[in-house]
Unconditional design. Structure first.
Length: 220
């Protein structure tokens, strides 16, 4: 079992589920930190002292306060950790539900497990810690079903197009933006055609519904 664990979580009440899971697994060497910068510092310091952590458990959302932080989210923390600790086991413990966000955690940030906060989360976390220790990648079944049933085959240009649309840009303004930034295809007809295709992909009746769906999925 893991010998030394670091937990990045800024809400004490949510720590109870983590504490219960670690206690049931008889893991005694663990630390809580409330800031992502502090988590990264502890990981690097532990390495330098020859006492490395072998598991990071982190939330994704951290409340802002009067302490200025370079890393303000779990995603930013994991991205930095992966630069110096490519093989460190990482479990995300979060209320996040958006399939695209969770899919990106596994595909781009290479996390080892995801646990949804909620009822019975200490049991789910305990089981996930055990499976990750044994070398498994753990995705909750309901999250896996959502990912499988969600169309993610969109490009960076699609994301930009949707982002500009969500900001209230007209198709003519999007055309001008694309041309100014040398993004192609950039004709008004091609933009209109791609929006039609995206509405079909996401089964949206209009552009407003398309934006709402994409926000719900975590694409925007």
């Amino acid at each position: 079992m893991f010998k030394k664990i670091l937990i990045a979580e800024d809400h004490e009440v949510r720590n109870l589920g983590v504490l219960k899971a670690l206690t049931e697994l008889q893991i005694e060497n663990f630390e809580f930190v409330s800031y992502c910068d502090e988590a990264l510092h502890k990981l690097l310091t532990a390495d330098a002292e020859g006492q490395a952590y072998d598991l990071l458990i982190t939330d994704l959302s951290f409340d802002k306060d009067h302490f200025r932080q370079e890393l303000t989210s779990g995603q930013e923390l994991i991205r930095e950790v992966r630069k110096s600790h490519p093989k460190l086991k990482i479990i995300v413990f979060s209320i996040e539900k958006k399939p695209k966000v969770i899919d990106d955690l596994f595909k781009n940030l290479l996390i080892n497990g995801f646990v949804s906060k909620g009822r019975n989360d200490s049991k789910e976390l305990r089981n996930t810690i055990k499976k990750v220790f044994e070398g498994e990648t753990v995705i909750p079944q309901e999250i896996l079903n959502s990912i499988r049933n969600t169309p993610f085959h969109i490009t960076e240009n699609d994301e930009l197009l949707l982002s500009l649309l969500a900001k209230g840009f007209s198709q003519s303004e999007i055309e001008s933006h694309f041309k100014q930034n040398k993004i192609s295809p950039n004709s008004k007809s091609s933009i209109e055609k791609r929006l039609n295709e995206l509405r079909d992909i996401f089964n949206a009746k209009n552009n407003i519904e398309l934006i709402v769906i994409c926000k719900d999925l975590g694409i925007l």
